[in-house]
Design a protein around this ligand. Structure first.
Ligand code: GLC
Length: 685
């Protein structure tokens, strides 16, 4: 059951698609003290799930989180906000079980036992918000109801589940050709190469630098022949430059965010001074979205939207004032206080709250100060692209994912989890975020594998990839100036090849589960608790996940270890794969196990009476057969699997012709059905 409670006069966020009348009753569970906060008293062992893209655990208790889309590349435990804002929680206690969504586009804090260990206190800036309460005695049903409320998740084209290589610093077509050639020569699977800001002409959106990429459409064609999709980045800020049509049209039509005095707000990002398109203005949103056509027409079929919190390096006014103030420190013998004050002044240049309070949106004639709708900016940038794709190419799936997001954006695109680092803790952080993101509708998601900032190591990249082979977005991305981390840069080429091949082996299963999760409003990755609600140990597990109904994953996330402890809530069949052809399996009883997982091995666990389809691998998605599949199963009596497949690029995913049900029955004493080949016939293939 879903109930809506309206306070004050909330701004519309379009996060929710269902029309639900506001309840006249008082909001249950919470008390609302005079401060305007919402207080819920947690029991000692109440678990709190949710908040999508956030630091810390699967269980969010014990920290204070802030919903305020932030461009912060240090995803450390002491942070309160990252790029995405996903205000959904599930309260899972002995007494109460419910989901709650705070639909509120400005800064909101979730103090989850931080100030006082048993108090959950949610504090908005003002009292204008909608709160949705979702009740059920099944935690999975709470998620499904929430997802029905917010609408079906975006479905990416099938090729976007192939492996992608990215790096900030591929300067020209030749650099990209090298990446592709090295992968192809060494038979390392690859489906896409990402184009970071280097491809643009002076960091101007929707332009291509002709010196670096002469005859871009032919280059796109050449890459297509190599079965490579090029995916350019698009940034939120539009360079201020006379004669640049995107800028001039934006100025002419009043499509940029304005200052209080009605002039265009100026900030600085990669190209220097920029204006921010007013994505909350429907006309501006449509206009900006249609700009993507410049690249679509040149053969591009995928994009990533960036810097859309929006990130601000500085504003010209702040820079001038700061530089003036800095002059005062010149030649002085700075003591500790002065020195830190000076440092603070420099750091305060970027993403300043005061700057976010100094510009306005025009949403259907209503003037909105940016900080009051801050969390909707990246969401509406991606919506702008997605709505334009729908208008321009209604049949075709275009890849789109974003850095910043809000609940509702999951209908328009996916997200990647931003500028992580090449550190071991970020493998685990990636794992922990997955179920929280899935709850909030973000299924097409993944981290920068290998780590974005800092230098990776071969073992870290291997372990990152060993988790990444399960995530729909599987992309290796790194920052300018860091150690090059394409898989061919390292010695263990065979191991990388096998690992990537395992991904392509799993692809029929992963694609099937990914699309079904979207169509059925389910999660792809779940905490163990969601599958084993009565198992108190399962509720404590923070480093393993259930993948759909069939698998459990338990990746290694520490350096110099060749295994880890794994908790099995029930008997499971462990599969340890070194390659698609070389793997061992072992039936393990419920309980704790130390599992050996050397660097060249991927481990996963099959649940009883479950089967998954596997392909024989391939070097790109077009080589993956959806027809002749091998089955991997742990069947004690009967098992069935609903296999979904389609052509991967059209939008008729709801069509029942795309499903095939596989049934396996164990005969006599056969307790385990190892492998069977299955010839499938699917109408659409
Ligand atoms: C931002 C993005 C990162 C990208 C860089 C340069 O930091 O998060 O992925 O590589 O900008 O465009």
């Amino acid at each position: 059951m879903i109930r809506k409670f309206t306070f004050g006069n909330p701004l519309s966020t379009d996060a929710v698609i269902a029309t639900i009348p506001s309840s006249m009753d008082a909001l249950p569970y919470f008390t609302s003290p005079e401060t305007g906060s919402f207080l819920y008293k947690m029991e000692e062992d109440t678990l709190i799930y949710g908040l999508g893209e956030a630091v810390r655990g699967i269980n969010k208790r014990g920290w204070i989180y802030e919903s305020y889309a932030s461009d912060d590349c240090n995803h450390a435990e002491n942070k309160r906000s990252l790029y995405g804002v996903h205000n959904f929680l599930i309260i899972d206690g002995k007494k109460d079980l419910f989901g709650v969504f705070f639909d509120y586009p400005a800064r909101l804090t979730f103090d989850i036992g931080y100030t006082s260990s048993n108090r959950l206190v949610i504090t908005p800036q003002d009292n204008n918000l909608d709160i949705y309460l979702i009740e059920s005695d099944d935690i999975n049903d709470i998620v499904t109801q929430f997802r029905q409320l917010i609408g079906q998740s975006y479905i990416a084209p099938k090729w976007a589940l192939g492996y992608g290589q990215s790096r900030w610093g591929y300067k020209n077509a030749e650099d990209i050709r090298t990446v592709v050639r090295r992968h192809r020569e060494e038979h390392l699977p690859l489906d896409s190469v990402y184009m970071d800001i280097d491809y643009m002409d002076n960091y101007k959106d929707f332009t291509v630098n002709e010196n670096r990429f002469p005859d871009f459409p032919s280059f796109v064609e050449e890459m297509k022949r190599e079965k490579i999709h090029l995916v350019p980045i698009i940034d939120a800020g539009v360079k201020i430059e006379e004669g640049y049509s995107v800028y001039e049209e934006g100025v002419h039509n009043n499509y940029f965010c304005k200052k209080e005095d009605g002039t265009d707000f100026t900030a600085a990002v990669w190209p220097g001074h920029v204006c921010f398109p007013d994505f909350l203005n429907p006309a501006a949103r449509r206009w900006f979205g249609l700009q993507y056509n410049t690249l679509l027409k040149q053969g591009i079929d995928g994009f990533w939207n960036d810097m859309n919190e929006p990130a601000i390096f500085y504003t010209p006014e702040r820079l001038t004032n700061t530089l003036k103030e800095l002059g005062d420190y010149c030649g002085r013998n700075l003591g500790v206080d002065d020195f830190f004050e000076l440092k603070g002044k420099m750091e305060g240049l970027s993403n300043a709250d005061e700057d976010y309070r100094s510009f306005y949106h025009n949403a259907d004639g209503k003037l909105l100060r940016h900080d009051k709708v801050h969390n909707l900016y990246g969401y509406n940038m991606t919506r702008s692209a997605s709505e334009a794709f729908e208008e321009l190419l209604p049949e075709k799936r275009i890849l789109i994912f974003s850095r910043s997001s809000y609940v509702g954006m999951h209908r328009y695109g996916g997200i990647w989890t931003g500028d992580n680092m090449s550190i071991w803790g970020h493998v685990l952080l990636n794992l922990k975020m997955l179920p929280s993101l899935n709850m909030c509708g973000f299924l097409y998601t993944g981290a920068d594998l290998g780590g974005f900032g800092e230098n990776t190591t071969e073992d870290l990249l291997l372990r990152f990839l060993a988790l990444g082979i399960f995530t729909p977005l599987m992309r290796n991305h790194s920052a300018l100036g860091t150690r090059e981390q394409e898989v061919y840069q390292f010695e263990k080429s065979d191991v990388f090849r096998n690992l990537l091949m395992i991904r392509y082996g799993l692809l029929p299963y992963l694609y099937s589960e990914y699309v079904k999760a979207s169509l059925k409003n389910k999660m792809l990755f779940r905490p163990l608790r969601f599958v084993y609600p009565k198992d108190s140990r399962a509720a404590q597990i923070e480093d393993q996940l259930m993948l759909s109904d069939e698998l459990m994953i338990a990746p290694v996330y520490e350096q110099n270890v060749s295994g880890r402890y794994v908790y099995l809530p029930e008997n499971m069949r462990m599969i340890r794969m070194r390659s698609l052809k070389d793997y061992d399996t072992e039936l393990l009883p419920a309980g704790d196990h130390y599992v050996t997982i050397p660097l060249d091995t991927v481990v996963f666990f099959l649940r009883p009476n479950c089967i998954i389809p596997l392909s024989d691998g391939g070097e790109n998605i077009t080589e993956i057969s959806g027809i002749s599949l091998k089955l991997l199963g742990y069947v004690t009596d009967t098992a069935s699997y609903d296999y979904y497949d389609d052509n991967g690029y059209e939008k008729d995913y709801g069509d029942p012709a795309h499903y095939n049900t596989i049934r396996v029955t164990a005969s006599g004493n056969t307790k385990v059905t190892g492998e069977r080949r299955l010839e499938l016939s699917i109408a659409s293939i």
